[in-house]
Design a protein around this ligand. Structure first.
Ligand code: NAD
Ligand code: SER
Length: 325
């Protein structure tokens, strides 16, 4: 059994719930400590109520569990961030610095930090944005992720820590619901297609964005974290591509399975955020350094989402929608 003790911050979120399952499968319940500011929807073996703004509490929990690795997933996402910019900066930047300092003080060397497509701004090359693009984001969320990338690089080099990071595209999965993001439409659409046969999208029909399927994003995260240290050439954050598509393209693909599905468009304030982001990015470095290859493109994602959501049935939909408590 694993000698690692892995702590996840923000473990109740869209990604945390799924990454936790994968880590528990690999390392065992005893070796994975989940943490969040809100309690889990299901009972889990090791859970700590932990606010990343409380640095002392972070250090105490790291010591209590002899933590050796941290997956730092706690954050406030892009759309929510624009509503509460100061809080977003505090949680995403001060919170991350608290995690880094607690790691440094308690000897935790290995950390995963998720960055985002939000680091790119409207001056970045829209298609196939290079790894070394200029990063001039227009959202506070994007600014916080650029800052997080630089702090990751700083702590890696200054304190010889092994911090690894990915610029996640918008994540699509049936296991959990997103909240507060600009890419959330690409998950909501499946639930609404099954439940009501129609969806009103908050982005316009030709808004192309990089997206990735949950299985791929979890695989990428594990591949990155398990790669030999000498293979990691980028200490800010790796570009990561799954597939890129528009709301119109996802609707057309859903109509192949649900011919009566109706899509309409009512862009809101999230349109401006999406317009400032790129369409796709060049992930050659990830492919070269740790052999990244996505398995799911749009047709596979749509088929798998619909199959799994239907198989989950009403009981699990209640769980997904957090209606149980
Ligand atoms: P999420 O919003 O679903 O989950 C974030 C979790 O952080 C929540 O459970 C929340 O309770 C917790 N949290 C918030 N403030 C906290 C605090 N002060 N202390 C402790 N926990 C706190 O987000 P997610 O989609 O699971 O994203 C996880 C990470 O991946 C984030 O860093 C996010 O920026 C990044 N990311 C996500 C996507 C995506 O499409 N989901 C894309 C790019 C990057
Ligand atoms: N999917 C995230 C969001 O929309 C991007 O990091 O906020």
């Amino acid at each position: 059994m694993s000698s690692e003790k892995i702590l996840i911050t923000g473990s109740n979120g869209q990604l945390g719930t799924v990454i936790a399952t994968r880590l528990i499968e690999k390392h065992g319940h005893d070796n994975v400590i989940l943490s969040d500011i809100k309690g889990p929807s299901e009972s889990v073996q090791k859970f700590e109520f932990l606010d990343i703004l409380n640095k002392n509490a972070l250090s105490e929990v790291f010591k209590k569990h002899n933590v050796t690795q941290v997956y730092h997933l706690a954050a406030i996402l892009s759309a929510t961030g624009e509503k509460i910019p100061m809080k977003c900066w505090e949680v995403n930047v001060t919170g991350y610095l608290n995690v880094l300092e607690a790691c440094r003080e308690t000897g935790v060397k290995k950390i995963f930090f998720p960055s985002s497509i939000a680091v790119f701004g409207s001056d970045a090359q829209k298609k196939n944005a290079p790894q070394n693009s200029a990063l001039n984001p227009s959202t506070v969320y994007g600014m916080s992720k650029v800052s997080g990338e630089h702090w990751s690089s700083y702590y890696s080099h200054r304190y010889d820590m092994d911090i690894r990071s990915l610029r996640y595209p918008g994540v699509i999965g049936y296991q959990s619901l997103p909240g507060g993001g600009t890419t959330d439409y690409a998950v909501e659409i499946f639930h609404e297609a099954i439940l009501h046969g129609k969806y009103t999208c908050f982005l316009s029909e030709h808004t192309g964005l990089p997206m990735i399927y949950m299985d791929d994003v979890v695989n990428a995260t594990m591949m990155l974290m398990e790669a030999p240290k000498e293979n990691i050439t980028i200490r800010t954050s790796y570009n990561l591509e799954g597939d890129s598509f528009t709301p119109a393209e996802i609707a057309t693909e859903i109509q192949k399975h649900i011919p009566a599905f109706e899509m309409s468009y009512a862009p809101d304030e999230r349109q401006q955020i999406a317009d400032s982001w790129i369409d796709s990015m060049d992930d050659t470095a990830a492919r070269k350094d740790w052999k990244w290859r996505p398995k799911f493109i749009l047709p596979d994602m749509v088929e798998d989402m619909l199959t799994n959501l239907r198989e989950l049935g009403l009981e699990s939909k209640k769980k997904i929608y957090n209606l149980e408590n």
